[in-house]
Design a protein around this ligand. Structure first.
Ligand SMILES: Cc1cc2nc3c(=O)[nH]c(=O)nc-3n(C[C@H](O)[C@H](O)[C@H](O)COP(=O)(O)OP(=O)(O)OC[C@H]3O[C@@H](n4cnc5c(N)ncnc54)[C@H](O)[C@@H]3O)c2cc1C
Length: 478
């Protein structure tokens, strides 16, 4: 199994500068112009974190390797100019050299900045910093008409700037993003707080959101894991520069297991900032257990460089190609399995209802919780500055619930469990991320994901419909 350089890249690459970036973009525009007018345009990208199956290869795509670069970092202004296909692994390795980090860093190393902005992302800073697209200051987009426009919160392309998040590359491809950065601490001090019921956990999220602290100690990072209704945890992180011992979960020990305990007092731990940022990547949250990577004997033999989400992706791709898991189930006389790999968002005050329902309805555990709130910029028109394709309400706390597993398929209804989830999420005033399978009908999809606004933008930025439209791409998996 060949791993590409992008799969294995471990460190920062040189900062390339604007002249090199211009050359890469000119090449991209030439590639675009060379595609016959009646052929669809797509990306040829080495890595992906898109989970839904896609239609078979539709011809050669745009080569975008040159966009996997940090173009410039301004440590005084705390900003970075970044190529649209730059992986967070490269981005973080580069900005950490300046003692800085993006405001939100998704957990998987090969997620790219452009992918997280057009396909949304989230992490444990989202309760104070919102989602990755909210710290974008401006973005260059290669539109469906083959030109590059610069979109910002104000100016002629402000509508595109607002409509780009959750458009999944169907309005164009970002070639450069200017983003805000924040100071990075050398270490993160962790408290894993155990809850025996979901109600108190929800109350604690509310309290931390309002005060930025818990039991008198600052909270800079916040996420959680539910194992069962009576065993759940919030992990509270605090930035610190105090020297001291740190844990390492990139070797034989496994991060998500380290969270569990049975004490009334929080369990404390410490990580370097880089190990904190990538704490979930080593075992792809807990999903590496499906491959045996958490069995101590296998783990000892498993090369460290392959304990990372991009390698598990390769294994998933093999499984999908050869239906390995379904064949093994068939041998045991079991039906094939329905994949239930989703991230959803519900308002905080509906979260207990959703999680309780989920735990009763589906045999999947653990599940991940990550609170989020739209970022407040301090501008007077904040409340009007929404993101129409993923319309969360300002000043309202939501909780992202992530679950990545499978259940026995319901005969005759291969999407049964996913449909149940969609219905429940909509009933609770929530939304579902669109990186995985979706089953919505066109009208419901339109009402949830800003359909009218999207179509207006598409007519402006992709008048000849060279790019797929969002519904075809996401639901019909074209
Ligand atoms: C199991 C799983 C768990 C996940 N968990 C999390 C999580 O916890 N936190 C989180 O933040 N996210 C999570 N994600 C979602 C992930 O952030 C999104 O799928 C994101 O879009 C992936 O970005 P990528 O760079 O890998 O893009 P790709 O997978 O390569 O592409 C995603 C889509 O974006 C388009 N696209 C890619 N690059 C660009 C660009 N530069 N400009 C315009 N369009 C572009 C592609 O055409 C495609 O439609 C998860 C995904 C999976 C599968």
């Amino acid at each position: 199994m060949a791993l590409s350089r992008a799969d294995l890249d471990l460190g920062a690459k040189p900062i390339t500068g604007f002249a090199e970036h211009r050359r890469v973009v000119e090449d991209l525009i030439e590639q675009f112009r060379a595609i016959p007018a009646d052929s669809p345009v797509r990306l040829a990208k080495k890595t992906s974190n898109l989970f839904r199956a896609r239609a078979a290869n539709r011809g050669p795509g745009l080569r975008v390797d040159g966009l996997d670069a940090v173009i410039a970092v301004d440590p005084d202004a705390r900003t970075a100019d970044v190529g649209g296909m730059c992986t967070y692994e490269h981005l973080v390795a580069t900005t950490l050299r300046f003692g800085l980090l993006p405001l939100v860093v998704p957990q998987l190393k090969t997620i790219t900045l452009g992918g997280a902005v057009t396909g949304l992302g989230i992490e444990s800073t989202s309760f104070r910093n919102g989602l990755p697209h909210e710290s974008v200051l401006e973005v260059d987009v290669l539109t469906g008409s083959g030109e590059v426009v610069t979109a910002g919160p104000d100016g002629p392309h402000a509508d595109l700037f607002r409509g780009f998040p959750n458009s999944y590359g169907t309005l164009g491809y970002s070639t450069r993003l200017k983003i805000a950065l924040e100071p990075a601490p050398p270490f993160v001090a962790l408290r894993h707080v155990r809850f025996h019921a979901l109600g108190p956990l929800i109350d604690a999220i509310d309290e931390i959101g309002a005060s930025g602290s818990y039991l008198g100690e600052t909270v800079d990072y916040l996420d959680g894991v539910v194992f069962t209704a009576d065993e759940s945890y919030l992990t509270l992180g605090r930035k610190t520069d105090e020297p001291g011992p740190v844990s390492d979960y990139t070797g034989q020990r496994i991060y998500y297991r380290s969270i569990r305990h049975d004490s009334t007092a929080p369990k404390r731990d410490r990580l370097t900032i880089a190990d904190y940022i990538w704490r979930w990547d080593t075992d792809w949250f807990w999903c590496s257990r499906a491959f045996g990577a958490q069995n101590p004997r296998i783990r000892r033999l498993w090369p460290k460089r392959y304990r990372r989400s991009s390698f598990y992706w390769k294994l998933i791709a093999l499984d999908q190609r050869f239906s390995i898991a379904d064949r093994l189930e068939a041998r045991k006389g079991n039906p094939p399995r329905e994949r239930v790999v989703q991230d959803i968002e519900v308002p905080l005050d509906r979260t207990e209802e959703f999680v309780s329902w989920f735990l009763d309805a589906l045999p999947i555990e653990p599940i991940w919780l990550c609170p989020l709130r739209l970022r407040e910029s301090g501008r007077p028109d904040d409340a009007d500055r929404r993101w129409p394709l993923y319309p969360l309400e300002p000043k309202r706390t939501y909780v992202n619930v992530g679950f990545w597993s499978s259940v026995p398929m319901t005969p005759g209804d291969p999407g049964h469990a996913n449909r149940l989830i969609e219905k429940r999420v909509s009933a609770l005033d929530g939304h579902k991320s669109l990186y995985s399978e979706a089953y919505y009908g066109p009208e419901e999809f339109d009402s949830l994901y800003g359909g009218a606004h999207y179509r207006r933008l598409r007519d402006i930025y992709d008048p000849d419909h060279r790019l797929l439209d969002l519904y075809s791409k996401v639901v019909q998996r074209r």
